[in-house]
Design a protein around this ligand. Structure first.
Ligand SMILES: [Zn+2]
Length: 428
């Protein structure tokens, strides 16, 4: 198969020949029995998400491994890390292998299970980290995401334990007592609306503590969904010390602010904007963009969090927290980072493919598009514009914050080891 006239990382147009799932040749005027016209599209290495909620097992009404990986493929992803807060929790070798096998069967993208840090995400005793690492799923990323490992002794032990198999602890940084009953970012807007605030310090205090713990035991820490300017300063400081700390930001924290809770295209108090960590201020957004551009924040991760309609279309206080994001991530990153001149497409490939694959130790993903690499490729038309409608998504859930908004770019095709999972913008 030949992909014709595609601009690799936005460079000069070239043809890519794929054979046996691998990039066999890159050049001009290549011909073959099956040709795909890539004119107008750029080619990026298949995207890798370090933070996806697939909801299976347990909440198949919100998402399944099948619909979640279809959603991922439509967003240009060839691999996702599936978070452990399923029912049952992915805290044993048996559960992570079950999720890994579901991923293998459904095939729209690779599914790499994340293992829970503590049994049942309860924060009381360490889960079977070693057994999950040794299982067929070969777990390397461990997280209680949705909850914070707030006990410093447990966090220290987890960081020590994962060193044995080159694992990483991915922390959802949220000091629980400072955020009890929190509904949105603590600030001017929460004051006006009378909603209980989620203060920046509740995130920053945990990140500072965990950076110190990771340095103390010589282990690898990854910070999930960084949302505040202060967190960026702490991570910059830790990296400056040479400590092994990486961090992610979500697309929504790069684009949206807490003012949407008060006034938005879909009214005020619309729970579509309720998410954890919450949308912050425009000053935070600016700091997050700068941090992603200068490498303080390593990657973009979606925190794709599907919820059924009845859990979102309810009053603010009762609504579930989270947004879907796999199918809009690349467009939002283009809007926030590329069209603003902060990143070029090589920078996007590093932050949405190479670096997340490195952090998650996924050797088959995130490789540069060159001869010999697995043909994990996304073709993306950055000149397209799409008005977002929730029913266009492959995800089972509809909780997108971008409804009615026009976003740049469109995923034209996605290839997983040479096999098309998406063609002409549709599932193949
Ligand atoms: Zn989280």
């Amino acid at each position: 198969m030949i992909i014709k006239n595609v601009r690799i990382l936005g460079g000069e147009a070239a043809d890519i020949r794929i054979e046996d799932g691998v990039i066999a040749e890159i050049g001009q005027d290549l011909t073959g029995p099956q040709e795909i016209d890539g004119r107008g599209a750029i080619a990026l290495p298949g995207l890798v998400d370090l933070h996806t909620h697939l909801r299976e097992p347990g909440r198949e009404d919100a998402e399944t491994v099948l619909t979640g990986t279809q959603s991922a493929a439509k967003g240009g992803y060839t691999a996702v890390h599936a978070m452990a807060n399923t029912m049952p929790v992915a805290d044993t070798a048996g559960v992570v292998e079950q999720i890994w096998r579901l991923g293998q069967e459904h095939g729209y993208c690779d599914v790499q299970p994340v293992g829970a840090v503590t049994v049942g995400l309860e924060g009381r005793q360490l889960a079977e980290l070693g057994a999950m690492a040794d299982s067929a799923a070969r777990v390397r990323v461990f997280s209680d995401d949705g909850k914070c490992v707030d006990d410093a002794v447990l966090m220290r032990r987890a960081l020590e334990y994962v060193k044995a198999f080159d694992g990483v602890v991915a922390q959802h940084a949220q000091e629980p007592k400072l955020t009890k009953d929190a509904q949105m970012n603590e600030g001017v807007v929460s004051g006006r609306l009378g909603l209980a605030g989620w203060p920046a310090v509740a995130e920053e205090a945990i990140i500072a503590r965990d950076c110190l713990l990771a340095a103390h035991v010589g282990s690898r820490l990854h910070v999930c969904h960084v949302s505040t300017a202060g967190s960026v300063e702490i991570i910059r400081w830790a990296k400056g010390k040479g400590w092994n700390v990486t961090a992610e930001v979500t697309p929504h924290h790069l684009l949206l602010t807490d003012e949407l809770v008060e006034e938005s295209p879909v009214g005020s108090y619309n729970p579509i904007y309720k998410v954890n960590p919450p949308l912050r201020t425009s000053a935070d957004v600016e700091a997050l963009r700068a941090a992603l551009a200068d490498g303080t924040i390593d990657i973009v991760a979606t925190d794709h969090a599907p919820h059924p309609v009845e859990d979102k279309e309810t009053e603010w206080a009762a609504a579930a927290m989270g947004m879907i994001g796999l199918e809009t991530a690349l467009s939002v990153v283009q809007e926030a980072m590329v069209d603003t001149g902060l990143l070029d497409w090589a920078g996007v490939a590093e932050r949405m493919s190479a670096a997340p694959a490195r952090i998650g130790r996924l050797s088959g993903h995130g490789r540069p598009l060159e001869v010999g690499a697995p043909a994990n490729i996304v073709l993306y038309d950055p000149t397209a514009r799409t008005e977002i409608k929730p029913d266009m998504f492959a995800s089972k859930s509809r909780n997108t914050p971008y409804e009615g908004i026009s976003l740049p770019g469109k995923v034209v095709a996605t290839f997983l080891r040479g096999k098309a999972t998406v063609l002409e913008g549709k599932l193949a």
